[in-house]
Design a binder for this molecule. Structure first.
Ligand SMILES: [Fe+2]
Ligand SMILES: [Fe+2]
Length: 166
C-alpha cells in the first residue's frame, strides 16, 4: 500500500468534504443529522490537523525552507479552525449559533484544503520527491495511531496553545 504523504492527506480531505456535504444536506431542522455530521467533522479535523501540524508541516519547513511562509500561513489557518472547533464542540444542535459557526468553519476549511491541493501540495511534491513523501507518509500513519480525536484531549489542546504563545 502506498504511504505517499500527499495521497494520504488528500484521502482525508475527501472524508472531510463528505462530512461537510452531509451537514449541508441535513437541512436546518434536522438536529440529529446535523449533530452527527458535526461530531464527525470535529473528529476528522482534530486528527487531520494534528497530523499536518505535528508531522507534515515541521518536516516540510525543515526540508524546503522556501515554503516557510506557506507553512506559517497554514498554521494560522489551522488555528482559526481549531478555535471554531473548540467552540462548536461545546454547542448543541439547535443552539442559536450552531449552524452559523459550522458554516463559517466549513467555508474556512474548504478554502484551506483547496489551497493545499491546488497550490501547496504540487510544490511539496516537486520539492521532496517520491522517496521522502513515502517516508513522511509512513510517519503520518504512525502518528495517526496516537492522534487526539477530540479537541479537549491534551495533545489537541497543546497545539492550540502553541499557536498562541510560540
Ligand atoms: Fe492543512
Ligand atoms: Fe489538509
Amino acid at each position: 500500500m502506498s504511504t505517499d504523504a500527499i495521497v494520504l492527506l488528500k484521502d482525508e480531505h475527501k472524508l472531510i468534504r463528505k462530512a461537510f456535504t452531509d451537514f449541508e444536506k441535513a437541512g436546518e431542522n434536522a438536529h440529529a443529522a446535523q449533530g452527527a455530521a458535526v461530531d464527525r467533522i470535529i473528529e476528522l479535523l482534530t486528527v487531520h490537523t494534528f497530523i499536518e501540524n505535528e508531522v507534515m508541516y515541521p518536516r516540510v519547513r525543515e526540508l524546503l525552507p522556501d515554503l516557510e511562509d506557506d507553512v506559517l500561513e497554514s498554521y494560522e489557518e489551522h488555528h482559526v479552525a481549531d478555535v471554531l472547533v473548540v467552540e462548536l464542540a461545546a454547542l448543541k444542535p439547535g443552539a442559536e449559533r450552531f449552524v452559523a459557526k459550522t458554516t463559517v468553519l466549513i467555508e474556512n476549511v474548504r478554502h484551506h484544503m483547496d489551497e493545499e491541493e491546488q497550490e501547496w501540495f504540487p510544490k511539496v511534491r516537486e520539492g521532496l520527491g517520491r522517496k521522502a513523501l513515502q517516508e513522511l507518509g509512513a510517519a503520518m500513519v504512525e502518528a495517526r495511531k496516537t492522534a487526539p480525536r477530540s479537541p479537549s484531549q491534551p495533545s489537541a489542546l497543546k497545539k492550540t496553545i502553541d499557536a498562541v504563545i510560540s
